[in-house]
Design a protein around this ligand. Structure first.
Ligand SMILES: Cc1cc2nc3c(=O)[nH]c(=O)nc-3n(C[C@H](O)[C@H](O)[C@H](O)COP(=O)(O)O)c2cc1C
Length: 322
């Protein structure tokens, strides 16, 4: 008699990426979060490219994983992100990152910093789809054929009128994947992400579209997936606020705050990883930054943040983490 079939729980056939976040998701954070599981890929904080080829040490500082085959300890590939304006200089730097072992290159067309935008970089490029095209094309030409090139953009600068044109410019110039943060620069970080705009972009693209913006829980991810129609997602603030978010999404679990003991263990581990090259004060700043981002998602994190708020040094905070 055939044995009755046992229903198998299947993990979601989706792609989950850990976002670049300058000053927040560094190599230590990537190591901690990818060890918890669920991520297919990480992108580094941006490497700022101006008018010259950067020394190797700059790439190694922002992406120490280059010394380990471009992967975190958990084996997750770490793509190197470049931010700049000049196609040729970006191309030279991309080639260097590739030589150093980056498993992919990502181009930043979304940075909202006034300083960067005044120089024509980041989101300011989205007013000029031709420039987006020329940058992607020059970088593509400089890279080995098999190395994936991706880009990350916002919907636009002031409005989203050029969103499709920019997405198509990136694709036609050789991007293999496009992440879209579903806000304009004018929206900043607060306005709700417009996932419905992603659906329109996805319809015109043949390459993979990665949805980004406001995915801060399993319920939000389900809504984003339904509205955008995407199968690839990038988690940013939500990944930091809820360290086990990718694992929960992958298993399509319910939204629950992570147990506090586990969270406190992660805070201690981050502080431990930073001991060699951060001062007591800088470690304290980073721990408070993480707790601040978890507030609103966990009552214990909110209480813990209040306990450490007046303190400056990590050594003073450590006994109060709970
Ligand atoms: C503090 C901070 C730093 C960021 N740094 C970068 C960066 O270096 N490169 C980049 O492409 N995006 C950067 N972003 C944007 C995020 O990757 C992401 O697109 C944005 O936060 C929207 O996703 P979210 O709503 O899930 O947070 C940063 C965002 C924040 C809040």
């Amino acid at each position: 008699m055939p044995s009755p079939s046992i229903p198998q729980r299947r993990a979601n056939p989706i792609q989950l990426h850990l976002a670049p976040m300058e000053g927040v998701i560094d190599h230590h954070m990537r190591e901690l979060l990818t060890a918890l599981g669920g991520y297919d890929l990480c992108v580094t904080e941006f490497v700022r490219v101006s008018d010259r080829l950067l020394p190797e040490r700059v790439f190694h500082r922002l992406c120490p994983e280059l010394a380990h085959d471009g992967r975190t300890a958990a084996g997750t590939p770490v793509v190197v992100q470049l931010l700049g304006v000049d196609p040729q200089v970006l191309a030279e730097n991309a080639a260097r990152a590739a030589e150093l072992g980056a498993p992919g290159i990502d181009l930043n067309f979304g940075c909202p910093s006034r300083f960067v935008n005044r120089k024509g970089g980041g989101a300011a490029l989205l007013d000029y789809p031709r420039r987006v095209h020329d940058i992607v094309a020059a970088v593509r030409r400089a890279l080995p054929a098999q190395l994936p090139l991706s880009a990350k953009m916002r919907l636009g600068m002031e409005d989203d009128e050029l969103a499709l044109e920019n997405a198509l410019a990136a694709e036609s110039a050789g991007c293999a994947r496009l992440t879209v943060h579903a806000r304009t620069r004018a929206d900043g970080y607060r306005a709700p992400a417009r996932w419905e705009r992603l659906a329109a972009i996805r319809e015109v693209l043949s390459i993979e579209l990665v949805a980004n913006g406001d995915i801060d829980g399993v319920a939000a991810w389900r809504r984003c997936r339904a509205v955008s129609g995407c199968d690839a997602f990038m988690l940013a603030r939500g990944a930091v606020a809820r360290p086990d978010l990718a694992r929960r999404i992958r298993d399509d679990e319910a939204d629950h705050a992570m147990g506090w003991e586990e969270v406190a263990g992660l805070l201690r581990r981050l502080a431990g990883m930073m001991e060699a090259d951060y001062s007591d004060r800088n470690r304290g700043t980073r721990i408070k930054q993480w707790l601040a981002m978890m507030r609103g998602y966990s009552a214990e994190a909110t209480r813990c943040f209040e306990r450490v708020r007046p303190l400056r040094l990590y050594s003073e905070m450590a006994p109060r983490l709970g």
